[in-house]
Design a protein around this ligand. Structure first.
Ligand code: GRF
Length: 207
């Protein structure tokens, strides 16, 4: 059984896409062992509970400093002996020490075609506002491995979404989720689970 941990902060639609893919057999022989949130009111926690998945809330402000917070998070995740950790809308920047504890075992979903609109300051609705402000005709989503530098790890899958003339940041955000994020996240999990990819010189290659 391939053991997955999912880190969330918000609505959890990407978590739901993973749950649905496991339930309908698109992802086989996998189990979400834990869903961890840094916010106790994240709706993602309810989605986990609805599916009898164990949840844990770890809030940064309950710890003296960020390092102690990360230590608790590392300890919890290690105790689950996970094969893969998925950042699914987790709004905490993780340190190099955290990433080094789970080498090539953490992936993230980002709502743009990296390297466009990625890195510091590009999160949530801001990404889509920036895409519209620049007049881009195409955007999309990216699943990538997590390294110490935000949004810079090896790219696993990308999918494009066309921008409409009448899009608002909100309508674009919704379509990027529906047409890209919820599709490529399960696909990326399957590529890793089925050992179909490897990282060579920071580039993801099919095996
Ligand atoms: C998604 O747009 C994801 O790409 C980004 O954060 C958002 C999370 O949404 N990293 P949800 O909580 O999965 O609905």
């Amino acid at each position: 059984m391939f053991k997955i941990g999912v880190l969330v902060s918000g609505g959890g639609t990407n978590l739901q896409a993973i749950i649905d893919s496991i339930n309908n057999g698109i992802i086989k022989d996998a189990k979400i062992e834990t869903v961890v949130s840094n916010k106790e009111d994240a709706f993602a926690l309810q989605r986990a509970k609805n599916n009898n998945i164990e949840t844990k809330v770890l809030k940064i402000k309950d710890f003296e400093n960020k390092q102690l917070y990360e230590n608790a998070l590392i300890e919890h995740l290690k105790s689950k002996e996970l094969d893969l950790i998925i950042l699914a809308g987790f709004m905490v920047i993780l340190s190099e020490n955290f990433v080094n504890n789970f080498e090539n075992k953490i992936i993230n979903i980002h709502p743009s075609l990296i390297p466009a609109f990625s890195g510091a300051g590009y999160y949530g609705i801001k990404v889509h506002e920036s895409v519209l402000a620049r007049g881009c005709k195409i955007t999309g989503a990216t699943v990538h491995f997590v390294t110490e530098e935000a949004d810079c790890g090896p790219i696993i899958i990308q999918k494009e979404v066309f921008v409409n003339d009448n899009d608002t940041a909100e309508t674009l955000q919704k379509r990027v989720m529906e047409e890209a994020e919820w599709i490529i996240l399960p696909q990326a999990i399957n590529l890793i689970l089925n050992k179909q990819i490897k990282i060579v010189d920071n580039i993801v290659r099919r095996i």
